[in-house]
Design a protein around this ligand. Structure first.
Ligand SMILES: Cc1ncc(COP(=O)(O)O)c(C=O)c1O
Length: 582
């Protein structure tokens, strides 16, 4: 039996304390005027990780919810229009069951910030989730001795300043498709790294990529794996890369494009970028191939291309060179799900293609990836390698080294749900990109990085800008003024403590000052990937550099994108950037 308590200042303070201590407690409380059934149901469901139920008072627009042991305040704009065809409410009458269920499906992220909720008819509504401390600090705040305040609108602007805009947050389908597939996995006891969701997700992906090109793509097959990194690794294994081999790889990338080459005892041969797409420079690629053959007497074993922030590379040129020297291509399209080159999904041009479904990608399976394979035979071999390379005996017989890289059936359920909104996600990223492009068009000293029109369509996974090195930004003295205690981005909290403030290759002062200025406004931004040939771990690796990736790295910044970023957010980001330019 749960406790039902009256909200008091003391109780709120207690809840906040517990949230700060990171404890999780199921808290139920008595909402004034809300002793009806649906309120009770809401109270019963106030628990971490569930779909967050909401309750509204119909003449006002407040909602109280409890997430992650923390009491939060949610404010809905234009709530009365939210549910098409839903029951008409008036007065203080509570939501009836249909309506309650409709609303309860929307999962609100347990963080502070502003979120969009997509309602069934596709309209976006913004939601504000505020820190309990903010609420309690409000003078005539919402929780004075058990009373919910009615004037949250008055404080909205003040509270807006606090909300965080993340670089790229996962977004779930508004119809809750992910949960349906996950529930099915549990109901059917398919909680394993194989099962109907895995097969279904692979089929969905196969269909998605085949739609983008000619008939030849219908022969491509997809294997769902535990991560994009695993897909890079298995792609290299499938191409026969082993100790002593050389593999040509792009310098300007995330480390996961390159590390698996080292896992296999092979040597990466690092290739710099061309300035149009920021991806592998075809001229440099060919020069490197010739030089490696002259130096070692043998051809590199494979080429790993990358599509930075979703931007396709100059694929015609690269593929011509690959064919000329008969070197297979592994496309690392981890960031480029949905990006097309001449109308064809990237990842399907080479022999194998990598996709990532990490939490921040175009679609997510929480963590996951896939390898696009040339045919059924290749798929079967990759699957076999991904499941410990077991031979057909009644006991465990191993004649090759295998890996535990298969995707879980639960995660694949998320993927299946995400595939129902994949095209919406891509469209939204492209929409945000357009807004940035237009807004930065007239800003001197800032250039928005855009696709080569008519040749390619980037998914614009992240939107990126470069700041002229002569551009002056406010408070440049703050840049590199003190050590960073954690990483900027996904690995936050799980990195080695920074030894020093500077390295010998870092973003310009104006870029770091802009990042800090955005952070001060709760807007997440991030420098571009640091080129691999400037990473200490790859300093002893042969590199064919032309200075392009290094100079872009020093000037560039990634900006928030994705379905959780609204048009208003983009406006706020742009205004913050403009107001920090001197
Ligand atoms: C270019 C690139 N390759 C590979 C990966 C690895 O993917 P995952 O994080 O799913 O292992 C990532 C991203 O995270 C990436 O950006």
């Amino acid at each position: 039996m749960k406790d039902v308590q009256l909200i008091t200042k003391e109780l709120l303070s207690d809840i906040h304390q517990k949230a700060v201590q990171n404890t999780r407690k199921r808290v139920n409380y008595d909402l004034r005027n809300s002793s009806d059934d649906s309120s009770q149901r809401m109270l019963n469901a106030l628990e971490v990780g569930t779909h967050v139920p909401i309750h509204r008072h119909l003449n006002t627009s407040e909602t109280v919810i409890c997430m992650d042991g923390r009491l939060d305040w949610v404010f809905y704009e234009e709530l009365p229009n939210m549910i098409e065809g839903g029951p008409v409410h008036d007065g203080e009458k509570a939501l009836d069951e249909t309506c309650f269920k409709e609303v309860a499906r929307y999962r609100i992220c347990p963080r502070v910030g502003r979120y969009g909720i997509q309602v069934p008819q596709g309209v976006w509504h913004s939601v504000e989730v505020f820190e309990p401390s903010t609420i309690m600090e409000a003078k005539d705040g919402p929780y004075m001795e058990g009373k919910m305040i009615k004037n949250i609108k008055k404080d909205k602007n003040k509270m807006n300043e606090k909300k965080t805009i993340h670089l790229c947050l996962a977004h779930m389908s508004d119809a809750g498709e992910e949960m349906k597939f996950i529930n099915r996995a549990f109901d059917e006891r398919w909680v394993a790294p194989l099962g109907p969701n895995v097969d279904g997700f692979e089929d969905d992906l196969k269909r998605f990529i085949a739609e983008s090109g000619d008939k030849s793509l219908q022969g491509k097959e997809v294997v769902a794996l535990a991560s994009g990194t695993a897909a890079v690794h298995l792609g290299l294994v499938a191409l026969g890369v082993g100790p002593g081999d050389e593999v040509l790889a792009q310098s300007f990338t995330f480390c996961a494009s390159m590390n698996p080459i080292r896992y296999l005892g092979a040597t990466p041969i690092i290739i710099d970028s061309e300035p149009d797409t920021w991806n592998m420079d075809p001229a440099l690629l060919e020069a490197a191939i010739k030089d490696r053959i002259a130096k070692t007497g043998k051809k590199p074993k494979a080429i790993v291309t990358v599509y930075l922030y979703g931007m396709p590379a100059k694929l015609d040129e690269i593929m011509v060179i690959a064919r000329r020297y008969d070197i297979p291509v592994l496309e690392d399209a981890a960031e480029a799900f949905g990006s097309q080159y001449k109308g064809q999904q990237v990842g399907t041009f080479g022999d194998y293609g990598v996709l990532s479904f990490n939490g921040n990608k175009m679609i997510t399976t929480s963590g996951g990836g896939a390898l696009i394979c040339p045919d059924k035979e290749a798929k079967e071999r990759v699957k076999w390698l991904a499941m410990q390379a077991r031979e057909a005996y009644p006991y465990y017989q191993h004649e090759s080294v295998g890996y535990n890289y298969r995707m879980s059936n639960v995660c694949a359920g998320i993927g299946r749900g995400q595939m129902t909104v994949a095209k919406d996600h891509i469209a939204h990223h492209r929409h945000i990109a357009k807004l940035y492009e237009e807004a930065f068009r007239d800003v001197e000293g800032i250039t928005y990085h855009k696709e080569l029109e008519g040749l390619m369509a980037s998914n614009y996974w992240l939107s990126t800008i470069v700041l002229d090195k002569n551009l002056k930004v406010k408070n440049e003295v703050l840049a590199y003024a003190k050590p960073i205690e954690t990483a900027i981005g996904g690995a936050a909290g799980v990195v080695h403590g920074g030894g020093s403030i500077h390295t010998d290759c870092e973003p310009n002062i104006n870029v770091e000052a802009m990042r800090i200025a955005l952070q001060a406004e709760n807007i997440e931004s991030r420098p571009l990937w640091k080129p691999m040939h400037r990473q200490p771990v790859y300093l002893d690796t042969p590199a064919y550099a032309n200075g392009v990736s290094e100079s872009i790295f020093k000037c560039g910044l990634c900006l928030p994108s994705g379905p959780m970023v609204s048009d208003d957010d983009v406006l706020r980001i742009i205004n913050t950037i403009k107001s920090n330019v001197l």
